[in-house]
Design a protein around this ligand. Structure first.
Ligand SMILES: Cc1cc2nc3c(=O)[nH]c(=O)nc-3n(C[C@H](O)[C@H](O)[C@H](O)COP(=O)(O)OP(=O)(O)OC[C@H]3O[C@@H](n4cnc5c(N)ncnc54)[C@H](O)[C@@H]3O)c2cc1C
Length: 417
């Protein structure tokens, strides 16, 4: 890629972060989105920046746990039973990835990516007059049972071996970190190196800044197909009948990227992992440190004066509806851990939903296509897309300029399965 024009399909966190670094290098950028850059998966998520999340979802043992969850309508995980070839292939690749060797190899890679991304967000928060609530208060994993304590302690041990700081805390230690909260737990692990931010603010401020810098934004326009000649995308075809001539294309279309790539003859494995969040506006009492309720797999994050509560992962194949039982499951877990945190009323609170772009092996797809010479892809970050947004944007920028990436990006190649 020698020219400096790029069309970005998808203005979520990955598309915006790529635009941020590319614009600084002088690229002529257009971002196209089927929505209007004001809502979507990159907005309502839990806002956690997580060097502590170095273990991919596919681990030995996760399949047995997943099957147990499938039997419980309020559990944090669900697969809608259906005969779908893409889902079957994804599940097969997930099963193949759930082994000790893959986990061993993935751990230092995911840690390095998250750590670098945190440092890029830190620079962004400090250098550019942004105010998106970036704070380094760490992350707490709370547990109630001895079984979960064993799992979390084993995780802390692995973390320590990677060089990640951890503290195993009893209730007294936890109470010191969260003096306002009346906790009903056995203990917790504290990862002081994690951070968090308010994603809605980050997305809005980045969009505004990119517009000021001269990036073109095309909203409410869906790319539905491509015009391809030889080994190049010549034009993007849109739902309103337009044909947009292109030089280079970045597909950062989140969970929709797989379907779109199929039209360009490129196969990746991607499923949409739906999740929900509720945002409590200025609750009187709230935790000050972002927290995961370990058994319930619920994330709790202070954002400005608000508190966001998020969870569940449903592989339900683009169902738009809200599964109230699962949202109820999220909300009901709160009083089991905090005796004094107000719980939202599910019937009356606005419920947000988003779609995590999930790969079978828990690694993102970041790289150039081996088939189409002017196509680059950035997607598949699953539960860590916000956390890995900045570093992914930087890697995409390096790929476009030809600068070496800060690490080996071979594990993220598109044709690895
Ligand atoms: C409940 C929940 C909590 C989460 N918490 C965290 C967290 O704490 N930390 C973390 O790191 N991650 C978290 N995530 C995951 C994170 O939100 C995602 O990984 C991330 O937002 C994905 O970003 P993206 O840019 O790849 O995709 P998206 O944000 O989905 O952006 C893709 C964009 O592409 C557009 N698009 C798609 N198809 C087309 C098309 N054909 N034409 C034009 N435009 C198109 C879409 O409209 C969309 O705007 C959470 C997710 C959920 C659901």
């Amino acid at each position: 890629m020698k020219t400096d024009k790029l069309h970005i399909v998808g203005g979520g966190i990955i598309g915006l972060c790529a635009a941020w670094y590319l614009k600084k290098e002088g690229f002529d950028l257009t971002i196209i989105d089927k929505n209007n850059f004001s809502d979507g998966t990159s907005f309502g998520n839990a806002g956690m920046i997580v060097p502590s999340h170095f273990v991919p979802m596919a681990t030995p043992g996760v399949i047995v746990q997943g099957l147990k969850w499938l039997l419980n309508s309020k559990s944090p995980f669900y697969i809608k039973p259906r005969l779908n070839a893409d889902l079957m292939q994804w599940l097969w690749q997930f099963y193949r990835s759930a082994n000790a060797q893959h986990v061993r190899e993935a751990m230092p890679v995911l840690y390095a990516l998250n750590e670098e991304s945190k440092s890029l967000y830190k620079t962004l928060a400090a250098e550019n007059d942004f105010d998106f609530g970036f704070e380094e208060r760490g992350l707490l994993m709370l547990y109630k049972t001895h079984k979960q304590a064993e799992e979390e302690e084993a995780l802390a041990e692995k973390a320590t071996r990677l060089g990640i700081k951890t503290e195993i805390l009893d209730t007294k230690g936890l109470q010191k970190l969260e003096p306002e909260m009346d906790l009903d737990v056995l203990g917790g692990i504290y990862f002081p190196g994690d951070a968090h931010l308010y994603p809605n603010r980050l997305m809005a401020q980045m969009t505004a800044r990119l517009k000021q810098m001269g990036v073109q934004f095309i909203s409410n326009t869906e790319v539905v197909d491509f015009e391809i000649k030889n080994d190049k995308i010549e034009a993007l075809l849109t739902n309103d009948g337009r044909e947009i001539t292109v030089e280079n294309v970045l597909l950062s279309s989140g969970s929709w990227t797989g379907t779109l790539l199929k039209k360009a003859g490129v196969k990746i494995h991607l499923q949409d992992g739906k999740g929900y969040s509720l945002t409590l506006k200025e609750p009187g009492v709230r935790p000050r440190i972002p927290t995961i309720l370990s058994e319930a797999k619920v994330a709790i994050t202070p954002m400005g004066a608000d508190l966001r509560i998020g969870g569940t992962l449903e592989l339900s194949g683009w169902s738009e509806g809200i599964n109230l039982k699962r949202v109820q499951g999220i909300v009901e877990s709160i009083p089991a851990y905090y005796k004094n945190l107000p719980t939202p009323n599910v019937e009356q609170s606005p419920i947000w939903q988003g779609y995590r772009p999930c790969t079978p092996d828990g690694m993102p797809y970041i790289g150039k296509s081996a088939i189409l010479t002017n196509l680059i892809v950035g997607t598949g970050h699953g539960m860590m897309g916000l956390s890995l947004g900045a570093v992914t944007g930087k890697i995409i920028c390096d790929l476009m300029t030809g600068d070496p990436a800060f690490m080996d990006i071979h594990p993220f190649r598109l044709n690895r399965f």
